[in-house]
Write a protein that binds this ligand. Structure first.
Ligand code: ATR
Length: 281
């Protein structure tokens, strides 16, 4: 579909944004479904965040995705924030509903949807080890803590941040913080291991916080990184006979949920996934 005077704009705001695959993923889906929308990435510095949001309102931009470093700061400029995003403490999707700017967080639900769609894991009674306590960890931790898992253990380089997250989640599930020195024990005792840190992300593709030998066949190893499509951690887990879940699915499904909120139309996750893979290879 050609861009014309009726075209609705969706934007990504972050800094940097040049690595993002969201434009390729969403534009391909808009085209396929014949929806008159277009998606552009805007590199917005923190000192212009307020103006960017005011601009969204003034120009009647239909929606935004929000990425690092604005996911927390953007909240103060919005009219409404979903309960989930409030509890996570971050927004990654904004919908402009006739001038009302509503903030959502689709990262946690996107993670869970991809986990359920792409693995045969049963969460009930499982001990989960989550590495990291940043924005993505907050979303995933909140979502997992609201499933019938047995326990959520958190390990983070900055242990203080892990304690803050633990406190925020203790109402929903049994939680604990392990010091980084106990990562080996933590991995060995877990059923599900989730890496939410940036360790292993391109270009540092030979890095992992977890020794291959610690991983066992009965475990599920999940990494939220999608570039490279298979991290060293996922490669190691696969070679140890463990089940694996890579970050591509979370990226696609957070986009699927955002797409539904902006357009009211349900997109095709496998088509979006194919377009992301094409953009990485
Ligand atoms: P995101 O929104 O992707 O979660 P973030 O909020 O910046 O990004 O969080 C990044 C996570 O990766 C944090 O858990 C961070 O650990 P700290 O809280 O200690 O900073 C983790 N991380 C990043 N670089 C790391 C490194 N070199 N070693 C260990 N952890 C690292």
């Amino acid at each position: 579909m050609e861009v014309d005077s009726q075209t609705q704009l969706i934007g990504l705001i972050g800094h940097p944004v040049s690595h993002s695959r969201s434009p390729q993923m969403h534009n391909a889906m808009f085209q396929k479904l014949g929806l008159n929308y277009t998606y552009l990435a805007f590199d917005v510095l923190t000192e212009y965040l307020k103006e960017a949001i005011e601009g969204m309102r003034a120009l009647n931009i239909k929606g935004f995705n929000v990425t690092i470093p604005h996911k927390v700061n953007v909240m103060k400029y919005l009219d409404q924030i979903s309960e989930e995003a409030k509890r996570i403490g971050a927004v990654n999707t904004i919908v402009n509903d006739k001038g009302q700017l509503i903030g959502y967080n689709t990262d946690g639900e996107g993670y869970l949807r991809s986990l359920v769609e792409e693995t045969d894991v049963q969460l009930k009674g499982k001990r989960v080890l989550m590495i990291g306590a940043g924005g993505a960890a907050r979303a995933i931790g909140y979502t997992l803590a609201n499933t019938p898992i047995e326990q959520l253990s958190i390990i983070n380089r900055d242990q203080n941040k892990a304690h803050i997250l633990r406190k925020d989640l203790e109402h929903y599930a049994k939680t604990e913080v392990l010091p980084m020195e106990q990562i080996e024990k933590g991995v060995k005792e877990a059923d599900i291991i989730v890496n939410t840190t940036s360790i292993g992300m391109s270009p540092n593709i030979d890095q992992s916080l977890i020794d291959k030998e610690w991983i066992q066949p009965h475990q599920l190893v999940s990494d939220i990184i999608y570039n490279p499509l298979e991290t060293k951690l996922i490669h190691d887990a696969r070679s140890q006979g463990a089940s694996v879940h890579s970050g591509l699915g979370m990226f696609v499904y957070q986009g699927v949920i955002a797409f539904e909120k902006w357009t009211g139309v349900t997109p095709d996750p496998s088509y979006m996934k194919k377009k992301v893979i094409e953009s990485i290879n």
